[in-house]
Design a protein around this ligand. Sequence first.
Ligand SMILES: Nc1ncnc2c1ncn2[C@@H]1O[C@H](COP(=O)(O)OP(=O)(O)OP(=O)(O)O)[C@@H](O)[C@H]1O
Ligand SMILES: [Mg+2]
Length: 224
Amino acid sequence: MSAKVLTVASTKGGAGKTTIVMALAGTLAAEGLRVAVVDADPNRAYASWAEAAYEGAPVAVRAEADEARLAEAIDELAPAADLVLVDTAGFGNRAALLAVAAADAVLIPCTPSRADVEQAAKTLQLVEGTARAARRAIPARVVPSRLKHATAVSRHAVGELDAAALPRTDAGIGDRVAFAEMTFSGRVPAAGDAGQEIAALVAELRGLGWLPAAARAKATIARG
Ligand SMILES: Nc1ncnc2c1ncn2[C@@H]1O[C@H](COP(=O)(O)OP(=O)(O)OP(=O)(O)O)[C@@H](O)[C@H]1O
Ligand SMILES: [Mg+2]
């Protein structure tokens, strides 16, 4: 079976795309899945972190910001991977549109601010437009990101997503020191609140069929 391709995109910069890619890639690689990341951001935030800081189970990494070569990079990694995650720059960058076109599903991180909620709606429209152009469905969900859990502003932002009927994950990512520390330590949080949030997101994405089955379950299926 070919790899699933999951693209993380947002028209808004700093929404938490790379953070979510780091956390998902590290967590799923630790499970024993074969994970590849295509870094389509010309700033190479993921790729340079992977080279200089990442400590965890191996993840195959390709930096490819040239939109003409992006689909090829995904195709090259896919045969040896269970999952290809694509990290993108903002939508000013055409590579992000191609990464959406190549995706089985798209995650759109959204921080609790009015501007971000508006941009999440715009990103969803761009995904829908890309899906229409490609004449196939490309499912997408907003992932509430950098939530300050106890605050009214976070609840309000999530309420705004729901009021605008934007499809979102129930699992959200908190604004947590552990995620900021990960960028220096190279260690993806596996425990504590941050670890639980990532585990909940993984479980929800699996429920949607957007992630491959857990490695252990796969081994059982293969033996049976
Ligand atoms: N959940 C979080 N908790 C704490 N810090 C976070 C969290 N998410 C993101 N950050 C921090 O916010 C900054 C921007 O996050 P990140 O790089 O993931 O966003 P991005 O959407 O990839 O940005 P860009 O559009 O520039 O690629 C980084 O310094 C990151 O460490
Ligand atoms: Mg980024």
